[in-house]
Write a new protein. Structure first.
Length: 105
């Protein structure tokens, strides 16, 4: 199982994957709301990194997702979630997922 976890993070090619950066209000349930949006649309999240930023009232979430024709629509729907402040693509953040995979593997 450990090897397959690493494979999941490393498999998507840069041309077929995307990293999204969300800035959200930091409180219980926010991650559940974000993940539920993806689940309801049968859109797989390949990796998640979430850490508080600043004074801790906000968190930055990095999501590694498959590039898909529906991604733009999902990003628009993320913007509509009450606790989501910003949604952007973060192509340079792929290196963060690779570093975590190296650390875990």
């Amino acid at each position: 199982m450990h090897a397959s976890d690493q494979r999941i993070v490393e498999e998507p090619a840069p041309t077929t994957g995307a990293v999204l950066r969300l800035l959200v209000r930091n409180h219980p349930g926010v991650m559940s709301h974000v993940c539920s949006l993806f689940a309801r649309r049968a859109f797989n999240v390949e990796g998640i990194i979430c850490l508080p930023v600043g004074d801790g009232r906000q968190s930055a979430i990095l999501l590694l997702v498959n590039e898909d024709a529906r991604l733009a629509q999902v990003m628009q729907q993320l913007h509509k979630l009450e606790d989501v402040i910003e949604v952007d693509r973060a192509p340079t953040a792929r290196a963060i997922f690779a570093a975590v995979a190296d650390h875990l593997g």
